[in-house]
Design a protein around this ligand. Structure first.
Ligand code: CP3
Length: 381
């Protein structure tokens, strides 16, 4: 069955029942009153495009649409540490809704962080402003991995509560859940802090593959449970962020990373919600990233979408890939670029417009609103 999923998964993305879920996953599909099941979001432009159908308008959302580019975000975050804000359900929900209200985007992306499952498991981790995730103690040896605490289903309750509050407000607009992929999480865990080349985890996978596999599986299960909590509580799709996978060659990605990413997604395949996989610098990995078993591939700003579609043989809808560097450029230049992205994206069997990576904090939010208006003003292909 596993081999079958590897070979056929991308082409049978909707046949989620083919795959078995790990023991941590509750059996069964989404509840009848879930937004994807009760008629609220199944026909939305976003979900339609993710499923390869013809949306009524071109769907668009932005990675990191919530956050420091919005004055209303800075206001509600005053005096509250980043990870604390993620664990206060009313606040996390309010921050998730802010960019949807302001920009009229076609999806909310749940406000949280990829290290929240670590924090909820009891790993000492914080987000240092201007730096990123920093661990009290890096995870580098077999003993370090064996000593990692297990994430419990109960500890995820603040996440489920925040999602419930959010989808009650979103109505017909879908909420996208997310998690960090095992490599990107492990990159922070082994280094103990952000790094450029991710030498620590890349050494570990070759020098001590058993410890690497144990760590990657721990991260896969933590992220998988985080995804499951969001989807079951009301998210209509979920994105796995392997932001730093681009530091890997294809052989290492395929051997040491892809199986763990598959394992993370195995927690939620049976739920039938569209799954998206995104990384940066991953132009050479797109096929392998599809083959972990996702419905949609996110493409960063480096590769035009028609070329990404060619590399993927037209098998999956794409998401992306406005270059964030162009957001402060004169409007005429940005508009021409957005139109180029739409033209290239039309080659794929579905296109959800997004940036090629996150919104830079210094972005003028009025520009993002104008980009959304432009995209919605252009009739779908
Ligand atoms: O709007 C959204 O996209 C939803 C929220 C979201 C955040 N983090 C909030 C956040 C999402 C999807 C993430 C995922 C995330 N976190 C990733 C994958 C996506 C990517 O950007 O590649 C990664 C690698 C992280 C780890 C992380 N968390 C980094 C590198 C940083 C930036 C540190 C800094 O201050 O420059 C964070 C902090 C973080 N996560 C912020 C936000 C809004 C900024 C913190 C703040 O506002 O104080």
């Amino acid at each position: 069955m596993t081999l079958c999923r590897y070979l056929l998964g991308p082409f049978f993305g909707t046949i989620k029942s083919m795959t078995s879920s790990p023991a941590t996953s509750a059996a069964g599909a989404l509840a009848a009153d879930h937004p994807l099941m009760d008629g609220r979001t199944a026909d939305s432009p976003l979900i339609t495009a993710y499923r390869g159908g013809k949306p009524s308008r071109r769907p668009v959302w932005f990675m990191r649409q919530a956050g420091r580019s919005l004055p209303e975000y800075l206001k509600v975050r005053e005096g509250v540490a980043m990870l604390d804000s993620c664990l206060r359900p009313e606040l996390a929900s309010e921050i998730t809704l802010q960019p949807v209200r302001r920009h009229g985007v076609d999806a909310g992306i749940f406000f949280s962080d990829i290290v929240i499952p670590l924090k909820l498991a009891g790993v000492g981790v914080d987000i240092v402003p201007g730096v990123g995730p920093v661990l009290d103690t890096p995870v580098r040896t077999a003993a370090d991995v064996a000593a990692l605490p297990q994430l419990t289903w109960e500890s995820l309750e603040p996440i489920r509560e925040a999602v419930r509050l959010t989808v009650a407000e979103l109505g017909k607009t879908p909420l996208i859940g997310f998690a960090g992929a095992p490599f990107t999480l492990a990159a922070y865990m082994v280094e103990g802090q952000p790094s450029r080349d991710h030498l620590g985890p890349r050494t570990m996978m070759h020098a001590d593959p058993e410890t690497w596999t144990a760590l990657a599986n721990w991260a896969a299960d933590a992220s998988g449970m985080f995804l499951q909590a969001q989807l079951e509580a009301g998210a209509s799709a979920a994105q796995l962020f392997d932001s730093w996978a681009g530091s890997l060659g294809l052989a290492d990605y395929t051997k040491y990373v892809a199986p763990a990413s598959t394992r993370a997604l195995d927690h939620v395949r049976h739920l039938g919600a569209p799954l998206i996989h995104f990384g940066t610098g991953t132009s050479e990995l797109l096929v392998a990233m599809r083959d972990v078993g996702v419905d949609v591939v996110g493409v960063d700003y480096r590769l035009p979408l028609d070329e990404a579609n060619r590399r993927l043989s037209g098998t999956v809808p794409l998401q992306g890939n406005i270059d964030p560097a162009l957001l402060p450029a004169p409007w005429e230049i940005l508009e021409a670029h957005v139109r180029d992205v739409l033209t290239a994206g039309a080659a794929a069997p579905g296109h959800v417009v997004n940036l090629g990576h996150g919104v830079p904090p210094e972005t003028d939010p009025a520009v993002l609103t104008r980009v959304v208006e432009l995209i919605h003003s252009i009739a779908p292909e």
